[in-house]
Design a protein around this ligand. Structure first.
Ligand code: URA
Length: 236
C-alpha cells in the first residue's frame, strides 16, 4: 500500500501533466515546429460550440421521443450566460416553434425571472431542457430518455460554463443532482454542481396548476437566492 508521501495528489498529477506538456512542446520546437494548430473543436467559442452541437443533434433517433416530435428544441438565449435555466422537456408550443419555454409556462418563467429582487431578462440567460424532444401528451420524460439526452445537456453545460444553474421542477432537479429526494426538500438551498451551483425551484407549470400564494412565495425566494448566488459568484 503506498504511504502518504508517495500517494499521488491532484497537485502532483497536475504538475506531471504540465511537465509532460512542456516536454512535448520542447520536442516539437526542436523539430522546427513554429505554429500550434489551435483550431480544434475543443477551442470553439460558446456560440460556435452550441451551434455545432445543435447541428449534430438534427435528425436524432436515439430514443423514442423522436417519433412524436416536430422539432428538436435545443435551447435559446445567451451562449455566455452565467445563469442556465433547465426545464423538463418541450411542450406543444415549444415543439411547434422549436424554442424552449414559449407557452404559458414559459410566459410565467419570463415573469419569474424578471420579478422584483430577481431581475433577469430572457436574453441574458440561457434556457434549455433535460430532454430536447416533446414527450407525448406532456408526460414526464422517462429515465431512459433523460439518460439518452444527458450527454447533450452536459455538452451545453461545458460550452456555456454557467455560474448558477436554475433547475425547474423535480424531473430536471432529480436528474441533474442524481437523487430521488422530492423537490419540496431540494428547493430553498444551494447545491454544489461542478464549478457552478444548482438552485432548484418549482416548475412554472406546477405553479400554474397550484396558484396559491404559498408556492409562489417559495419560488420567489428561490429565484432571489439564485440572484444572490449569481451576483456573488460574478463578483469573485
Ligand atoms: N416545460 C418545460 O419543462 N420546458 C419547456 O420548454 C416548456 C414547458
Amino acid at each position: 500500500m503506498p504511504d502518504e508521501a508517495s500517494t499521488p495528489t491532484a497537485a502532483h498529477e497536475l504538475a506531471e501533466a504540465v511537465a509532460g506538456l512542456a516536454a512535448t512542446l520542447r520536442f516539437h520546437r526542436d523539430l522546427g515546429v513554429k505554429d500550434l494548430p489551435l483550431e480544434g473543436r475543443y477551442l470553439l467559442e460558446p456560440d460556435d460550440a452550441l451551434r455545432a452541437q445543435e447541428a449534430a443533434l438534427q435528425g436524432c433517433r436515439r430514443c423514442k421521443l423522436c417519433e412524436g416530435r416536430a422539432t428538436i428544441v435545443f435551447g435559446a438565449g445567451n451562449p455566455r450566460a452565467d445563469l442556465l435555466v433547465i426545464g423538463e422537456g418541450p411542450g406543444a408550443d415549444e415543439d411547434a416553434q422549436g424554442l424552449p419555454f414559449v407557452g404559458r409556462a414559459g410566459q410565467l418563467l419570463t415573469r419569474m425571472l424578471a420579478a422584483r429582487g430577481v431581475g433577469f431578462t430572457r436574453d441574458e440567460v440561457y434556457v434549455t431542457n433535460a430532454v430536447k424532444c416533446r414527450p407525448p401528451g406532456n408526460r414526464n420524460p422517462e429515465a431512459e430518455e433523460l439518460a439518452t439526452c444527458a450527454p447533450f445537456l452536459a455538452a451545453q453545460l461545458r460550452a456555456i460554463q454557467p455560474k448558477v444553474v436554475l433547475a425547474l421542477g423535480s424531473v430536471a432537479t432529480q436528474a441533474l443532482l442524481r437523487t430521488r429526494e422530492p423537490i419540496g426538500k431540494l428547493r430553498g438551498r444551494v447545491h454544489p454542481f461542478g464549478a457552478a451551483v444548482l438552485i432548484p425551484t418549482f416548475h412554472p407549470a406546477f405553479l400554474l396548476r397550484n396558484p396559491g400564494d404559498e408556492y409562489k412565495r417559495m419560488a420567489w425566494d428561490d429565484l432571489k437566492l439564485a440572484r444572490r448566488e449569481y451576483d456573488s459568484r460574478r463578483a469573485r
